[in-house]
Design a protein around this ligand. Structure first.
Ligand code: ATP
Ligand code: MN
Ligand code: MN
Length: 389
């Protein structure tokens, strides 16, 4: 007995951070199409349009049922004329001409291939595209100037294109835990990003590291990467130092989604046998690595198939910022973006991965848990598995 007789429409809130968005939903046939248009808008440097399509897709992900007619969309927020046109065409004809021609377009495919290289953003890819380059092979063939990151990106391109499985992420977790505890006992490590949201595959593995005694975490990253290097586990790494200063970076910079933690963008060398060992046993990290060594020694050196490259992001946070860092590194990207927009537009607060600042009271709000942050923001707590906006 709702005013307009449609309970789902009445319940659909307009910010993604007000809604529960599960990983698996009922409308991928529509959301995939809208996300292609969003991606394409991003390639064309049209952020507003890109976000609009992404928000539209996200609303459909939160629906409890498959959309069957335009009637099902009545009263839903975030669906602009363009998105509605695309949805209508897919519902009526099975596909959208605009989406299909975008998908097939030379620009879309080249931009996808080029931005798919680790270290290559939209700007660089666009410049290369306008110079006639279409793929990583073209970069090699024409001897393009590449920075160290992009060189690694091209070198490990095929491996980095392959999705990382949860089993692989678990083996990497064991390794990271071992490395961190070897250099700083008592440190805490948390799996972040897509895997924390329950994804079964990802494009990388993300970790957040802290220590309950604030200060102990300072300068930790070089120690971790040195340990990993000594073990021959790193193919590439670039560490950036922590540059966060509350006075300078707090309220003023809240609109930027780049945080300033000590971080490391890396490429791990993952032994494939470690994954099969882990899958076929309940052994601990140590047992897995030694068992591998014993049973299949030659596989460790077989460049053809013994190992693969995996992208890993490591972030170190001071304990007092850990809740904010956890919230900020769990994603999804749209969920994060919507949280910050909600904070700014609805609450006059600014949220980052470091802090929450209340502009009305002129103070920082401290939090030990994600739950407290949602409460400050006047939002119902959304667990990580339902932040797949
Ligand atoms: P995937 O499975 O594709 O890796 P993901 O959700 O884990 O999906 P990531 O790109 O790994 O995507 O990002 C994970 C989280 O980390 C996101 O919420 C994002 O906002 C945050 N993040 C990524 N890069 C940065 C950065 N440079 N600064 C701040 N936060 C970042
Ligand atoms: Mn990730
Ligand atoms: Mn990442």
């Amino acid at each position: 007995p709702k005013p307009n007789g449609d309970p789902t429409a009445m319940l659909m809130k307009s910010y993604a951070c007000q809604r529960r968005t599960p990983l698996k939903h009922h409308n991928s046939f529509l959301t995939e199409a809208l996300e292609i248009l969003s991606q394409n808008a991003e390639y064309n440097d049209n952020e507003g349009r890109s976000v609009a399509f992404r928000r539209a897709a996200s609303v459909l992900k939160a629906l409890p049922r498959r959309v069957r007619s335009m009637q099902d969309l009545r009263c839903l927020p975030c669906l602009g004329d363009h998105s509605q046109r695309v949805i209508k065409e897919i519902l009526e004809d099975g596909s959208s001409r605009e989406v299909e021609s975008t998908r097939q377009s030379e620009q879309y495919q080249a931009m996808k291939a080029l931005t798919g290289i680790f270290g290559v953003g939209v700007r660089t890819a666009d410049r290369w595209f306008r110079e006639g380059l279409r793929s990583p092979d073209d970069l090699i063939r024409t001897g393009q100037q590449l920075n160290r990151e992009q060189q690694a990106g091209v070198q490990y391109y095929d491996d980095l294109q392959k999705p990382v499985t949860k089993a692989e992420a678990d083996v990497i977790s064991d390794i990271v835990e071992k490395a961190v505890h070897a250099v700083l006992p008592g440190a805490e490590i948390q799996l972040m990003g897509g895997f924390r949201r329950g994804k079964e595959v990802g494009h990388d593995v993300d970790f957040l590291i802290t220590h309950p005694e604030e200060g102990k975490e300072e300068g930790l990253m070089p120690k971790i990467t040195n340990w990993l290097k000594e073990q021959g586990l790193l193919l590439y790494q670039k560490t950036t130092r922590n540059s966060y200063l509350e006075k300078m970076d707090g309220p003023a910079r809240a609109s930027s989604n780049m945080d300033r933690f000590e971080r490391c963008f890396s490429i791990f060398k993952l032994q494939k046998c470690a994954v099969s060992c882990k899958l076929s046993s309940t052994a601990s990290a140590e047992d897995v690595s030694t068992a591998c060594e014993r049973e299949r020694p030659d596989e460790h050196h077989s460049e053809a198939s013994g190992w693969r490259a995996v992208r890993v992001d490591l972030v170190v946070s001071p304990y007092s910022q850990f809740a904010f860092a956890t919230l900020g590194w769990t994603g999804s990207k749209l969920f994060e973006r919507e949280l910050r927009r909600w904070a700014g537009q609805e609450k006059h607060m600014s949220l980052s991965s470091h802090a929450l600042y209340d502009s009305k009271q002129n103070l920082y709000l401290r939090a030990k848990t994600e739950e407290e942050i949602f409460a400050y923001l006047g939002l119902e707590f959304i667990p990580p598995s339902e932040r797949n906006a």
